[in-house]
Design a protein around this ligand. Structure first.
Ligand SMILES: Cc1cn([C@H]2C[C@H](O)[C@@H](COP(=O)(O)OP(=O)(O)OP(=O)(O)O)O2)c(=O)[nH]c1=O
Length: 207
């Protein structure tokens, strides 16, 4: 069944593209980012718990922001009752979370760590609907071939690592580094199609 129109609470162009691919009618919300450190991890927080919490926080923030747009005087034709979708992606290596690199030096270090080994990508997806938060998480193993310094430098020179967890994009030039994946390709890209569709369907059934 075709899901009802939703808001996408994400600045990630990949998430927007994947929803387009799925044929899900949506509008992107430009929710202002919170102040301070980007998505800090709590002490001893497991990766799965971390991505779920972060995706939930994005959905809640978007819901609160939407509600404020309805305040008297707010100029918005937004529908605060419409479901809101959010997601969070992280790369896990040896228990460490590799988020988005702050600059190219950090991107180089991340890629050197990913070289020649297997890491795990977690993507949590959350649907806020009718006061409930429906959630799921996709977990994918990704194996990189050994990368030379020249390959890392050439990849960094493309600018592609910036804005991406683990400093690479499976959907871009980094595809040639990937020997093997087990899990969800779209989950690595930032929005797992299977889990997202299932959430949209289950959200629908409850209305
Ligand atoms: C590993 C990997 C990540 N990514 C991207 C997906 C996400 O956009 C980004 C992880 O950062 P996120 O914090 O999950 O998302 P975001 O900051 O880009 O967007 P928002 O919080 O507004 O939703 O990394 C790829 O595009 N390809 C990949 O292969």
């Amino acid at each position: 069944m075709k899901p009802a129109p939703i808001y996408l609470a994400s600045a990630s162009p990949r998430r927007h593209e994947i929803l387009l691919q799925m044929g899900v009618e949506h509008e992107v919300l430009n929710v202002p980012a919170p102040e301070g450190e980007d998505e800090p991890r709590l002490a001893n927080e497991a990766p799965e718990a971390y991505v779920l919490r972060t995706a939930r926080e994005k959905a809640i923030r978007a819901r609160q922001w939407l509600a404020r747009q309805r305040a008297p005087g707010a100029a918005a034709a937004l529908d605060a009752a419409r479901p809101v979708l959010s997601a969070d992606t992280t790369v896990i290596l040896d228990g460490d979370i590799l988020g988005k690199p702050a600059g190219l030096d950090e991107a180089r270090r991340m890629l050197a760590r990913l070289s020649g080994g297997t890491h795990v990508v977690h993507t949590a997806v959350v649907l806020a609907r009718d006061g409930q938060l429906l959630q799921d998480v996709s977990i994918t193993q990704v194996r990189f071939k050994p990368l030379s310094e020249a390959e890392i430098d050439a990849y960094c020179a493309t600018g592609e690592p910036m804005g991406k967890a683990g400093a690479y994009g499976i959907q871009g030039r980094a595809a040639v580094f990937i020997e093997y994946i087990a899990g969800s390709y779209t989950g690595v890209m930032g929005l797992p199609v299977f889990e997202t569709w299932r959430l949209l369907q289950s959200g629908q059934a409850q209305s």
